[in-house]
Design a protein around this ligand. Sequence first.
Ligand code: GLN
Length: 474
Amino acid sequence: MTDLKKLTIEKAHELLVNKEVTSLELTEYYLANIEKLNKDLNIYIEVFEDCKTQAMEADKRIAEGKMLGVLDGIPLALKDNILIDGKIASAGSNILKNYRATYDSTVIKKLKEAGAVFLGRTNMDEFAMGSSTENSAYGVAKNPIDKSRVSGGSSGGSAAAIAADMAVATLGSDTGGSVRQPASLCGIVGLKTTYGSVSRHGLIAMGSSLDQIGPLTRSVEDAEILFNAIKGYDAMDSTSVEYPALIDLPAGGKRIGIPRGFVGEGIAADVLKNFNDTVEKLKSKGYEIVDIDLPNIKYSLPVYYVIMPAEVSTNLARMDGVRFGLHVDGANLFEDYSKSRGIGFGREVRRRILLGAYVLSAGYYDAYYKKAMDVRELIRGDFARVFSGPDRVSAVITPTTLSPAFKIGEKTTDPLAMYLEDIFTVSANVVGIPAISIPSGFVERDEVSLPLGFQIMAPHFREDILFKIGKDVS
Ligand code: GLN
């Protein structure tokens, strides 16, 4: 029997092409792992009962010589906020626990056309708010590497599914780091794409000017495969864009910047050492590493935690107990709303709705929301400066997180400590540029080796740079 452990998309495709395995066998392999481990790890919220049928359809195509491409017959899992026609998508929330999608999101439409098999939906922080999946209405998704630790968030289930060998690859969504941070904590690759490159049609919205769907994979090559499958202009998403023609890179794309002043702060010594080791590796591959100054990057986190709740409070207004999901009867319409929302939403979601309504309210709008939008422009300006001009760099690198996976419960009573998880990741969302987290080795905590990642950010539309550097250091 062929060894199916920890397959990449590339390897699984090769096995399918050579008829060494069928899509049904692959699917059954993952189903067996899910059956064995999921009760304890809580990674999948639901396994789709028709996944074997999907696999058999792929096998039929393959047997008839009509294979659709590299994703045909590949078992994937999806974050619980991506709509599939006829299936429940609950965004990890009680309020949508029984909400059944009535159409396919654009990414699903594309993946269906590519022949992918959908195994099920993965656990996540409620409405993608969090860094540990502890805000999920279904309970925490444990880290397969150390079950006493979190898998990160909000796409923790999608990252852990790969680490626990419960899928070849998965999709998540990233509003402030939710693909990259769990990827880092689970030792895999996570890509946040350029804002507008992947359609958000059919993604349950969190912060609409920040959200992007992105792949979580075992290799950089796989991230590229999934990105190519899901990207592209979509008339159903008014913020979706066509890619411009790419220009040549200065210094052959070999000059990379580090915002040194920003990277050193609050970081554990061994995590910093791990990052510096990656820098040395890049140098040995011929990269020129320069210090850069991004004076406003330190404001990314506060800016994010004003803009994001504002957008959250607006987006979640549609969850009123009437149009979607849970309905709780009150004495009048206002009570219907307040009871449905009060019972349907968890604490973190309610906290952010309140914060968002506050920063958007008359009298505070100028002081908070407008100011945050102004500073957002300054941060954009910082990146535009380092990515243009004669001394420009092709990429900026940082660690992905300040530390490896933390203990379950460690940060639940301290929302600010939880928000700090995003310190390195949020700027890419604030600016709209692409960024990737790539495994960079391990550090020891309580005698367990825990994975870390480092992050590469590139100018808008330059995922190609992320893939090139990523492949060079992997
Ligand atoms: N951890 C961040 C937050 O809680 C990011 C979430 C995300 O990217 N969806 O907002």
